[in-house]
Design a protein around this ligand. Structure first.
Ligand code: RFL
Ligand code: PHB
Length: 394
């Protein structure tokens, strides 16, 4: 098989790239290791920046998003048993975010791709890429028990953190920057209406907690837990009691979350990672394949979308005019935005979580920083601008 752009991975990065290329008249094939049901059910992100929403609309995937997505104009921060709201539009000149789950984005993009796009193969596991620095790289993959090859003009690795595309950049040409955090998240999905209209991020003596949502009847909740935690050690009652304790404020002492059946529990490690450059020869990396952020800043999916928006434009210009200028600047263009998001995600993570080795002095510094955000419009605007997302490079 031959195609213009071989896309490894059918997560949000690969699927959105395929749509944007299709709309620009550039051919592609998407190879996804898992089956469709698995990819559509994988619980992950919930927050879309405006630029991500715009790109999904442009890709033709805006209809259900506009019907079911919930526009959020702020978040609440809880710390020191106080609570403070960050008003996004007031602080950013009108920007907001949308709550629409990654599972839904992926379902919408898959349905579109299968009905009117290029080939999207499930159960197609890429094992390697040959000839990255030749004019026609070849992707090797296994599909229905057979070894196959896909010859491409360009290959894009959208295969996430555990993918194989990163290895196409020889070790001597790449630099990795990494930090592993000394805590994880226990994430639960509950059939319980969210009691807040907005997301609540809590710093507490007992550790971090986050209240998010998937719909008016389904809550998504997270608790900071030690690395290596077994979700089986957390009964439903223990999860709810701990959430109530971490969200407690003096403003409303008797307050409790609305409880309901917990339908899934999983533990997620927290990591920051960047691989530079995001390109070797004719192989490009996009999304989690090139960079990971801890989820506290809600940036991972949005960074993945930003990468493929930049790349789709560069590939379209290459096809239309023959110019490779935008492809040549792809890695530098994306890395500027990536490092901004790395900084913000690390800031949110280290400000809101309690490191098990942290001293009382360091806890005081966290509270002083949170108090600053609650009392200075400048500090609040810095948070709001980063959370709602910086403009895409044009
Ligand atoms: P994905 O989604 O990991 O998709 C990669 C795809 O590649 C496939 N694959 C292969 N296919 C073929 N051959 C191979 N050898 C392959 N190896 C892998 C995989 O099966 C998969 O389908 O990467 P992508 O597309 O770059 O998307 C990135 C996002 O998924 C990720 O950044 C976000 O989910 C991060 N994230 C959040 N991001 C946000 O912007 N806002 C949020 O609110 C947010 N919350 C979160 C998050 C991530 C979380 N977890 C699970 C780490 C909350 C959580 C809990
Ligand atoms: C989510 O809804 O899953 C979510 C929201 C905000 C975050 C992380 C995860 O910062």
């Amino acid at each position: 098989m031959h195609t213009t752009v071989g896309i490894i991975g059918g997560g949000p990065a690969g699927l959105l790239l395929a749509r944007l290329l299709h709309n620009a008249g550039v051919g592609s094939v998407v190879l996804e290791r898992r089956d469709r049901a698995y990819v559509e059910q994988r619980q992950r992100a919930g927050i879309l920046e405006q630029a991500t929403v715009d790109a999904l609309r442009e890709a033709g995937a805006g209809e259900r998003l506009d019907r079911e997505g919930m526009v959020h104009d702020g978040i609440e921060l809880r710390f020191g048993r106080r609570s403070h709201r960050i008003d996004f539009p007031a602080l950013t000149g009108g920007r907001s975010v949308m709550v629409y789950a990654q599972t839904e984005v992926v379902k919408d993009l898959i349905a579109l791709q299968l009905s009117e796009g290029g080939p999207l193969l499930f159960g197609a596991e890429v094992t390697g890429i040959d000839g990255a620095d030749t004019g026609s790289p070849v992707v090797r993959y296994l599909h229905e028990g057979r070894a196959e090859t896909l010859t491409c003009d360009y290959v894009v690795g959208c295969d996430g953190f555990h993918g194989v595309a990163r290895d196409a950049v020889p070790a001597s040409c790449r630099t990795t920057y990494e930090r592993t955090y000394p805590y994880s998240w226990l994430g639960v999905l509950a059939e319980a209406p969210p009691v807040y209209d907005e997301l609540v991020y809590a710093h507490s003596e007992r550790g971090f907690a986050l209240a998010s949502m998937r719909s008016p009847s389904v809550s998504r909740l997270y608790l900071q837990v030690p690395n290596g935690t077994d979700p089986g050690d957390w009964s439903d009652a223990r999860v709810w009691d701990e959430l109530d304790a971490r969200f407690a404020t003096d403003a409303d002492p008797g307050w409790k979350l609305e409880r309901g059946p917990i339908t899934s529990k999983s533990v997620l490690p927290m990591r920051s990672h960047v691989t530079e450059p995001m390109r070797h020869g004719r192989v490009f990396l996009a999304g989690d394949a090139a960079h990971i952020v801890p989820p506290t800043g809600a940036k991972g999916l949005n960074l993945a979308a930003a990468d493929v928006i930049v790349l789709a434009r560069a590939l379209a210009v290459r096809q239309e005019t023959g110019s490779t200028g935008l492809l040549d600047s792809y890695s530098d263009t994306c890395l500027r935005r990536v490092w901004r998001a790395e900084h913000f995600s690390s800031f949110m993570t280290t400000t809101l979580h309690t490191d098990p080795a942290q001293s009382a002095f360091e806890t005081r510094l966290q509270l002083a920083q949170l108090d600053r955000v609650a009392t200075s419009a400048h500090a609040a605007a810095e948070l709001a601008e980063n959370y709602t997302g910086l403009p895409l490079p044009r």
